[in-house]
Design a protein around this ligand. Structure first.
Ligand code: LCS
Length: 399
């Protein structure tokens, strides 16, 4: 990124950062380099590229100009030295964890995570000799007590999926690094996005994303990324991604995410504005027991969210009086809002975490993580908010 771009705004960076001079033919939009491999001028050149003695493309699993453009842009947005894009959020998380851990290591993870991330940690990493302890990372004393000499990773989401629990990123990073500077604090920033929260600026070592969500923003791509120090991102690319997961993002998907990022700032403004109105409306609804939205002063993590985020995101969860049966009745009567998992799309989406996104959790684990049977999660979209509220109103009549 050029030096004067560093001081420019988020929207400007999302559009312009990462460009390296003019595109071929002066094309405004970068071409899609839909190729698996790259031609070498000579054996010496090919050998030098493999040996890391010369820059240049080799093979798309190791890098591609369409993904490289997106990687430079993501690094600019997260204020990272480097980024690596991958085929999914899970591809990114697993490539990072395989790179950060070895048999005999210990991971401290928050108990409230996206269901498949929890499954990877609880049932995947543990099969290969990595020990995992789940704690509540918003409880700093519990974090301090959980750290051990072989702890290599502290892993968390904030706001967490699905109940929007907030963890203090600066405090967690400080405690972990004071215990052992080599510990990697990894934050999944999917819910907040770099528009409203930059974990690396707060002391974390690695940011991971499901780019399937707000970064792409249009519900038509599965993609992920990791951002952090250049050294470690090199290991993620050349070991985690290249050898361990092979979770390569295709050039077309990289193009689509780059395209989605151009409108990210204005999308996020509308998402957050709509979500605040929906959360306020739900709070006043007599059929709603509890609303989880970090922008509400009643949210237990509000003060920390206010300190570390510049906006509160567009995920709102709530519990209806009448529990799961009432929640199911509500979801089954939606007309405009869509009953679907995923988030961060233009369309408003609702889902039931206990039976859907968090079904990899056992009933005991759900309870431990504070995910009730009656919890409904909402990804507030970009429609006119009056229409979202009118649809909720008519569906609530059945709850
Ligand atoms: N991290 C978070 C916080 C997520 O919510 C998800 C997916 C992932 C990582 C994995 O990303 P993926 O591999 O799907 O790109 N969350 C989903 C959800 O809540 N509903 O459907 C998928």
């Amino acid at each position: 990124m050029s030096e004067n771009m560093q001081n420019m705004g988020f929207g400007t960076k999302a559009i312009h950062a990462g460009k390296e001079g003019k595109n071929p033919y002066g094309a405004l939009t970068a071409p899609i380099y839909q190729t698996s491999t790259f031609e070498f001028d000579s054996c010496a050149q090919g050998g030098n590229r493999f040996a890391g003695k010369e820059d240049g493309m080799i093979y798309t699993r190791l890098g591609n100009p369409s993904s490289a453009l997106l990687e430079r842009k993501l690094a600019a947005l997260e204020n990272a030295e480097a980024a690596v894009v991958m085929a999914s959020g899970m591809g990114a998380i697993s490539s990072v964890l395989w790179s950060a851990c070895k048999a005999g290591d210990h991971i401290v993870a928050d108990g409230t995570l996206y269901g498949c991330t929890h499954a990877l940690l609880a049932h995947g990493m543990t099969r290969y000799g990595v020990e995992v302890d789940f704690i509540d990372t918003s409880d700093l004393a519990a974090l301090q007590a959980a750290l051990k000499p072989n702890t290599s990773v502290v892993y968390l989401e904030t706001p967490a999926n699905p109940n929007l629990k907030i963890t203090d990123l600066a405090a967690v990073s400080k405690i972990a690094h004071e215990y052992n500077p080599a510990i990697k604090v990894i934050a999944d920033n999917t819910f907040a996005t770099p528009y409203s929260q930059r974990p690396l600026d707060l002391g974390c070592d690695v940011v991971v994303h499901s780019m399937t969500k707000y970064l792409n923003g249009h519900g038509d791509v599965i993609a992920g990324c990791a951002c952090g120090k250049a050294d470690f991102m090199g290991q993620v690319r050349m070991f985690g991604l290249k050898d361990m997961t092979g979770a390569v993002l295709g050039p077309f998907e990289a193009f689509l995410v780059t395209r989605g990022l151009k409108t990210m700032e204005i999308r996020m403004q509308r998402h957050c504005e709509n979500a605040m109105k929906v959360a306020a409306w739900l709070s006043k609804n007599p059929k709603v027991e509890k609303v989880y939205y970090p922008g509400l002063e009643t949210h237990p993590g509000h003060a920390i969210a206010k300190k570390q985020m510049t906006a509160y995101g567009a995920m709102v969860s709530f519990e209806i009086k009448g529990g799961k049966a009432a929640g199911v009745a509500l979801c089954d009567h939606l007309k405009l809002c869509t009953l679907a998992v995923s988030l961060g799309d233009a369309e408003t989406l609702l889902e039931h975490p206990a039976s859907m996104t968090h079904s990899p959790y056992s009933p005991e684990e759900l309870k431990e993580a504070g995910i009730s049977e009656g919890l409904i999660r909402m990804s507030v979209g970009l429609e006119n908010v009056e229409d979202i509220l009118a649809d909720l109103e008519q569906a609530f009549a059945f709850a």
